[in-house]
Design a protein around this ligand. Structure first.
Ligand SMILES: Nc1ncnc2c1ncn2[C@@H]1O[C@H](COP(=O)(O)OP(=O)(O)OP(=O)(O)O)[C@@H](O)[C@H]1O
Ligand SMILES: [Mg+2]
Length: 537
C-alpha cells in the first residue's frame, strides 16, 4: 500500500499479493514492502487473456491413461472432486484437449446453478452437441413409446407402469449414445454436477450402471464439489452408482503446493512487475493454495490499479466464490465467523463467549463445529496464523477452554484461508466492527493474568480499531503494556513505535505519568536500536 504526498492511497502489485495492511501508526511498514514509488502509472496491462495451467501431473497422468484406453474402445469413468475454485474445470479442460488429440469426440455440459434448468438438461445438451438431439424428445419422455414407433398407432401391447416407461426412456438414451460411439470413441463430460437437475442425475445413475466394464467406447468424466448429505437423493445415488461402476476412478483435487502457487503467480504476472519469491510465498499462506484465490489475486495485481480502489479489496470473483460458500451456513455461524474474522490470531471458545455476549457456550461450540465441518475454520495448529501473531496471545487466557464440557477437539481455531477471513471482515459495517473490537479488548483485559502478560499486542490491536469506544487513557495503557513487552523481547523498533504512540496521544490530551515513562522508554529503545545497528555494521 502506498500513500502519496497528498495522502492518496495507491496500490502496489506486491501488496495486493501479500495483502499487507497499513500499519495503524502510519505508512512506514508499507514503504518497506513496496518499491517506494507511486504506482500505477498506467502502463501495466491486464493478463486476463491466455489461461495458464500448472502442476496436477499425477491427475493428468491418470486421466490420460484412461483416455488412452478409451481411444481403443475401453470404458472410462472418472470423477474429479474438490471444493469451489480448486481447479476441477481447469483439469477437465486439459483432459478435453488430450481427448481431442486422440481422436475422441467430446461432448461437455455444465449444470447450471439455481435449479432453473429444464429436466434432463445435461443429456439434452450433450445429444445436441453430438447432433443427435432430434432422436429423443426430452420434453415429453412419457410419450416415448410413440416416439419409438415413429408416432404410428402401434403402442405397447400392455399398459406399462410409469417406472417401466421411465426405464425404457433411459435405455433409449443409452442406446442412442452407444450407437453414436460405434463411429468413434466418445467422451461425455458433466461439469458442476452438484447443480444438476434431479432427472439428469437419475438418468446418469442408470447410464453409469450399464457402462462399467463394457467396451462401449464411451467415457465419462464427472466434476463436482463435495456436497454435504449423502442421503437418499438423486445426487448421492448418482455418485454412489459411479463409485460402484467397474473401473471407476476418483480424483480428489487439493490446493496448489507452494511451488505451484509461485509458478502460477509468475506466469500470470510476467508482463508486469515481477512478484518476488517472498511475496508469492505470502500469497500462498494467505490463500491456502486455493487456485481460484491465487490466480485471481495475481491477476488483479498484474492488471495494475487505480487510485480509487480500496487498499485491501479482494477480486470480485474471489468475493463471489466466498459468498457462494457462505450460503450453506446458518446465520448464527456467519455471525460467529464474522466475529472471529476480527480476532487477532486464533480464537478460543472462551474469548468468543465473552465477545458474543448473548451466546451460551453450547451455542459457541455448536457454531464452531459447523464452521469446522464446512471447512471455514480449522484447528489452529493446522491453519493459517497471521504473520507475527503468536497463537499464545489468546490461548494464554487461563479459562481458554472453560465451559468446553463434552468438547474433545482443539481449543483454538483459525480460518482455513486468510482471504476468507478478509472477505468476512469486509462485510462488517464500520460501527459493528468497532463494537466487536471493543468487546475483544474488554474480553482480553478481563482475562489478563498480569499487567504485562502475553496478550498486550492483541489488546492494542483491538483498542486501536475500536475507535472512540475505547478512551485514550486505555489505549495509552495498552501501548505501554505492548512497549514493555517489546523491550523485554529486545524488539526495540516495535517498542519505540509504541512509546512514540504514547507521546503522540499525550499531545492530544493530558495523560498521567505515562508520558514520562514513554519518553524515557523511547530513548532506551532508541539506544537499543542503535546497538542493533552497531552489531549489524
Ligand atoms: N492447474 C491450474 N493451473 C493454473 N490455474 C489453475 C489451475 N487450476 C485452477 N486454476 C485457476 O483457478 C481458477 C479456478 O479453477 P476452476 O474454475 O477450474 O475451479 P473449479 O474447481 O472448477 O471451481 P468450481 O467448483 O467453482 O466450478 C481458474 O481461474 C483457473 O484458471
Ligand atoms: Mg468448475
Amino acid at each position: 500500500m502506498l500513500i502519496d504526498s497528498a495522502g492518496r492511497a495507491g496500490v502496489c502489485h506486491k501488496e495486493f499479493v501479500t495483502g499487507r495492511r497499513r500499519a495503524p501508526s502510519g505508512g512506514r511498514r508499507c514503504y518497506q514492502v513496496c518499491c517506494g514509488q507511486a504506482h500505477n502509472p498506467g502502463g501495466v496491462s491486464a493478463v486476463r487473456s491466455g489461461s495458464v495451467f500448472v502442476g496436477r501431473y499425477r491427475e493428468l497422468t491418470l486421466l490420460r491413461e484412461g483416455l488412452g484406453q478409451l481411444a481403443h474402445g475401453s470404458p472410462m469413468i472418472t470423477s474429479v472432486v474438490g471444493e469451489a475454485g480448486i481447479g476441477k474445470t481447469a483439469l477437465v479442460s486439459q483432459a478435453m484437449d488430450s481427448a481431442a488429440g486422440l481422436g475422441i469426440r467430446v461432448a461437455r455440459s455444465s449444470a447450471v446453478e439455481g435449479g432453473g434448468s429444464p429436466a434432463y438438461w445435461l443429456w439434452k445438451d450433450v445429444l445436441r452437441q453430438l447432433s443427435i438431439g432430434d432422436q429423443i424428445d426430452f420434453d415429453d419422455p412419457g410419450n416415448f413409446d410413440q416416439q419409438e414407433s415413429g408416432g404410428a398407432t402401434a403402442g405397447p401391447i400392455y399398459a406399462e407402469t410409469r417406472p417401466q416407461r421411465v426405464f425404457r426412456f433411459y435405455e433409449a438414451v443409452t442406446d442412442c449414445l452407444r450407437a453414436h460411439a460405434l463411429e468413434a470413441p466418445l467422451l461425455i463430460i458433466f461439469d458442476d454436477l452438484h447443480w444438476a437437475d434431479d432427472e439428469s442425475l437419475r438418468l446418469l445413475a442408470h447410464f453409469v450402471r450399464g457402462l462399467g466394464g463394457i467396451d462401449s467406447g464411451i467415457g465419462l468424466i464427472l466434476a463436482y464439489r463435495d456436497r454435504p448429505g449423502g442421503g437418499p437423493d438423486p445426487f448421492s445415488d448418482a455418485i454412489l452408482q459411479t463409485a460402484r461402476a467397474a473401473g471407476s476412478e476418483s480424483i480428489r483435487l487439493g490446493p496448489f503446493s507452494k511451488d505451484e502457487s509461485a509458478e502460477v503467480v509468475q506466469l500470470i504476472t510476467r508482463d508486469s512487475e515481477r512478484i518476488g519469491t517472498g511475496e508469492s510465498g505470502e500469497l500462498f499462506e494467505r490463500t491456502g493454495g486455493n487456485p481460484l484465490f491465487v490466480t485471481e489475486i495475481a491477476r488483479m495485481a498484474a492488471a495494475g490499479n487505480d487510485d480509487d480502489r480500496p487498499p485491501h479489496e479482494l477480486p470480485a470473483t474471489v468475493q463471489l466464490a466466498i459468498n457462494d460458500r457462505l450460503r450453506v451456513l446458518s446465520p448464527s455461524v456467519i455471525e460467529l465467523l464474522e466475529t472471529a474474522s476480527l480476532a487477532h490470531g486464533a480464537v478460543t471458545p472462551a474469548v468468543l463467549l465473552d465477545v458474543m455476549k448473548t451466546w451460551t457456550m453450547e451455542e459457541v461450540h455448536g457454531a464452531l463445529g459447523e464452521a469446522t465441518e464446512s471447512r471455514f475454520l480449522i484447528e489452529a495448529s493446522e491453519g493459517f496464523s497471521a504473520p507475527g501473531v503468536s497463537r499464545s496471545t489468546i490461548a494464554a487466557r487461563p479459562d481458554a477452554s472453560a465451559g468446553s464440557a463434552g468438547h474433545t477437539g482443539a481449543s483454538e481455531w483459525n480460518f482455513r484461508h486468510a482471504v476468507v477471513q478478509e472477505a468476512m471482515a469486509s462485510h462488517i459495517s464500520t460501527g459493528r466492527r468497532a463494537r466487536i473490537h471493543a468487546a475483544y479488548a474488554d474480553a482480553l483485559e478481563s482475562g489478563r493474568q498480569s499487567a504485562d502478560s502475553g496478550n498486550s499486542e492483541a489488546l492494542l490491536f483491538h483498542a486501536l480499531r475500536a475507535g472512540p469506544l475505547i478512551e485514550n487513557g486505555r489505549v495509552v495503557r495498552y501501548l505501554l503494556f505492548a512497549a514493555r513487552a517489546a523491550m523485554r523481547s529486545l524488539a526495540f523498533e516495535r517498542a519505540a513505535g509504541h512509546f512514540l504512540g504514547v507521546i503522540e496521544l499525550s499531545e492530544a490530551e493530558e495523560v498521567d505519568g505515562s508520558l514520562a515513562e514513554a519518553m524515557h522508554g523511547f530513548a532506551l529503545a532508541g539506544s537499543g536500536m542503535g546497538r542493533d545497528q552497531q552489531i549489524a555494521d
